[in-house]
Design a protein around this ligand. Structure first.
Ligand code: M24
Length: 547
């Protein structure tokens, strides 16, 4: 008998594709190959067509197969900023059923080495920009046998570009229609290994199956939960492709045949100019861009009347901000999605027929949810707060080679514990109200406190460290540290901030500040008490605002 108080996603309006995600993407790219613009680079106005993506991804897949890819533990790595060529290796690997692992191109060498040691890609596709970083770390990563540059017409520093690589194994008369993606059990085969620190500890590899993707594709085609823009219309995406939010939304745009207008990073004027120039009807942005849209005087300088749909997610957004954006842009509401890397993409989305601005939305088709009372283990009814848990074939299979962390996140009954606190109203509308887990989100980017604590402890004058997020109206949260110094040692706040800044990507800088304390609050088992850390920063803020 099923438990009480389980929320079921709406009846799907379309069935999940029974085969692999690679096959579905192959068919969609072919179907839309008449359409000249798949991705547009808003910085340069360069374009890649559906036909080119189809041709290159098929030829690359055939070349990779001849190269010998496809052994048991083979993984394809991709390290690049948002780029017109980003998806060719991703699609090629999906056609072959070889897992893909993506990396943030902004990582430092220490961060990327740690990250690549999880998924261990044997071949790495990187952008020109990321090449120096990859070459620097390749010397110590013996599993990474080959590097290929995705966005250069020529070989660089002895590293092959994608054309040279393909020319070794296939010739330019290659016919993509003679190539067929492989078929296999989509539930068993890994499609992607994405990075997330989960509820606790260091970043881990999130293993998502081909079925995870094909369920996401059902949502993108759904008239109530998908984007309402029809094939060939433009969607402006500002989310990084290497992150689950950017990866799975963008792959699903290929399935519905949209023109994806892409920005590598947020620049206010360029963002607004792009909406005006391309007459964009739909944008997908992280919450800080919503704050910009609500408050910046620049917004009034541009014609944004083409906008019909503004979608956000990845971190909490204030109800006031959402309402202000809707009002300023003359929209009936804001589309929100809530998801975790561990759930592949959004598992809660505001339905078009009931845009309750400020809510995260309703559970999507093929997904079940419940609000767990941690004390009793029971599923709570409407308007009661607890941990939000999910069950679906869309969710991760587990963390790569980490059964212990997997067990801590997915319980024996298959429920994934999100580490977020929420509640639902009688009609199933869900609100996210707090985060129980350690994770800090800076502008929607993950920051794992444990990772920063380990680095801070490498400083000879630091005896102990505790990291938490302090609230910030624009970025959501700012990483901040409490530091215990070794006896007799002195350090300034700037010295601590700079020490960390040399070792991590800018999203992890200690922008929330540093407080020197006598001891880090810990429980009887030595577990760091993060609520108390948060309280130390809240008290400091209260004190400063009194002055
Ligand atoms: P990851 N409200 C509050 N907190 C949120 C949130 C929200 N709406 N969304 C995420 N979080 C926080 O880095 C929670 O603490 C993502 O953020 C992620 C991954 C895939 C897709 O993962 C949560 O535990 C998406 C987000 C996504 N967001 O919106 C949409 N997709 C979306 C929107 C409209 O692991 C943690 O961040 C339409 C379609 C969409 F897909 C997870 O952080």
């Amino acid at each position: 008998m099923e438990e009480e108080n389980i929320m079921h996603g709406a009846e799907p309006r379309d069935l999940v594709h029974p085969g692999s995600a690679g096959t579905q993407l192959y068919r969609s790219l072919y179907k839309f190959s008449y359409f000249p613009e798949a991705i547009v680079d808003a910085h340069t106005h360069e374009v890649i067509s559906y036909a080119t993506i189809f041709n290159v991804s098929c030829r690359l897949a055939a070349s990779l197969e001849k190269y010998g890819l496809g052994k048991e533990d083979d993984v394809v790595g991709v390290c690049s900023e948002n780029n017109l060529n980003f998806f060719s290796p991703v699609l090629a690997a999906l056609y072959l059923g070889v897992p893909v692992a993506t990396s943030n191109d902004m990582y430092t060498d220490g961060e990327i080495s740690g990250h690549l040691n999880i998924s261990k890609p044997c071949i790495m596709f990187c952008s020109k920009k990321a090449l120096p970083l990859i070459l620097k770390v390749q010397k110590n990563l013996h599993f990474m046998k080959k590097v290929v540059v995705i966005d250069s017409m020529y070989d660089m520093n002895g590293v092959e570009c994608i054309n040279t690589f393909m020319n070794h194994y296939t010739d330019h008369t290659f016919d993509p229609l003679k190539f067929q993606p492989k078929e296999f059990d989509p539930l068993k085969k890994t499609a992607l290994i994405m990075s997330s620190s989960g509820t606790t500890g260091l970043p881990k590899g999130v293993v998502l199956s081909h079925r995870s993707l094909t369920i996401r594709f059902v949502h993108s085609r759904d008239p109530i939960y998908g984007t309402r823009t029809i094939p060939e219309t433009s969607i402006l995406s500002l989310v990084p492709f290497h992150h689950a939010f950017g990866m799975f939304t963008t792959l699903s745009y290929f399935v519905v045949g949209l023109r994806i207008v892409m920005l590598k990073k947020f620049e206010g004027e360029l963002f607004l100019k792009t909406i005006q120039h391309y007459k964009i009807p739909t944008i997908v942005v992280a919450p800080p861009v919503m704050v910009f849209l609500a408050k910046s005087p620049l917004v009034d300088k541009y014609d944004l009347s083409s906008l019909r749909e503004v979608a956000t997610g990845g971190a909490p957004i204030g109800k006031d901000v959402a309402h202000a954006v809707a009002k300023r842009l003359g929209l009936s509401g804001i589309l929100q999605g809530y998801g975790l890397t561990e759930t592949c993409c959004a598992v809660v989305i505001t339905p078009h027929d009931n845009l309750r601005t400020g809510s995260a939305g309703k559970v999507v088709p093929y997904v079940k949810a419940k609000i767990l009372d941690k004390a009793t283990g029971k599923a709570l009814g409407p308007n009661e707060r607890g941990e939000i848990c999910f069950k679906s074939e869309m969710l991760m299979k587990g963390y790569h080679n980490n059964p212990e962390a997997t067990r801590e996140t997915i319980d024996e009954d298959g429920w994934l514990h999100s580490g977020d606190i929420g509640y639902y109203e009688e009609d199933g509308t869900i609100y996210i109200v707090d985060r129980l887990k350690e994770l800090i989100k800076y502008k929607g980017y993950q920051v794992a406190p444990a990772e920063l604590e380990n680095l801070l402890l490498q400083h000879p004058d630091i005896a102990d460290a505790g990291v938490t997020g302090v609230p910030d109206g624009f970025a959501g949260q700012l990483p901040a540290a409490c530091i215990v110094l070794e006896p007799g040692k002195t350090l300034t706040e700037k010295e601590v901030v700079d020490f960390l800044a040399e070792r991590v990507t800018p999203t992890k800088y200690l922008r929330g500040g540093v407080i020197f304390v006598d001891r880090i609050p810990k429980g009887p088992t030595g577990k760091l008490m993060r609520q108390e850390l948060r309280a130390i920063f809240a008290a400091k803020k209260a004190q400063t605002s009194k002055l």
